[in-house]
Design a protein around this ligand. Structure first.
Ligand SMILES: Cc1ncc(COP(=O)(O)O)c(C=O)c1O
Length: 184
């Protein structure tokens, strides 16, 4: 077995030992359950108008964006949606992402520059935590843990704070916070 496969196996065993193995369960089309776990709060996923518009778009543009937004993936439908959303919000412009996860990654990485203080708690959505970590990695600040060491470390960890005045920050003694803590 290759080294990387062994590493993955080891990580899988660690997760299993901690009772954190998760498996996918497929749902059949049109299953008659009350969905209390999904995000389709308004039932838009099965709304006849939404489905009809999706079918029209499929017929007009084909399946998938066929490319990134900057190349061939931006259609009239994207522009119409973004213009309508911006009007509705009273904003100059809007940008639609294909998932909330990507929107959070994009927004945090775009808005947080060097010296930005990111405050995030461990119960934030994984996308916000990943975005904060990615921002921290890119800006060469103190390392965040990447390898799980215990059940506790599988929990999302808060983003490392970015401090604009390092002289006022003290080294952290808490093992779950390997970055300096800010005393401000
Ligand atoms: C606050 C928050 N951000 C991001 C997401 C991720 O959204 P998506 O499932 O569209 O990627 C969710 C999903 O529940 C969420 O609640």
């Amino acid at each position: 077995m290759a080294g990387w496969q062994e590493a993955l196996e080891r990580q899988a065993r660690t997760r299993a030992k901690a009772g954190l193995t998760r498996t996918l369960r497929s749902r059949p089309a049109g299953d008659a359950v009350v969905d209390l776990a999904g995000n389709d709060y308004l039932g838009l996923a099965v709304h006849p108008e939404v489905i009809a518009a999706s079918v029209r778009a499929l017929r007009a543009y084909g399946l998938g964006a066929t490319g990134s937004r900057l190349v061939r993936g931006s259609t009239d439908a994207h522009t119409a949606l973004e213009t309508e959303l911006a009007d509705w919000l009273g904003a100059e412009q809007s940008l639609v992402y294909s998932s909330g996860y990507l929107a959070n990654l994009g927004a945090v990485r775009a808005l947080a520059g060097p010296g930005t203080l990111l405050v995030s708690d461990r119960y934030n959505h994984a996308s916000l935590i990943e975005a904060a970590r990615a921002r921290v990695r890119r800006s060469s600040s103190p390392r965040t843990p990447t390898r799980p060491r215990s059940r506790r470390s599988f929990m999302p960890t808060p983003a490392a704070p970015r401090c604009s005045s390092p002289s006022r920050c003290s080294p952290s003694t808490a093992t779950s916070r390997p970055w300096p803590s800010c005393t401000r």
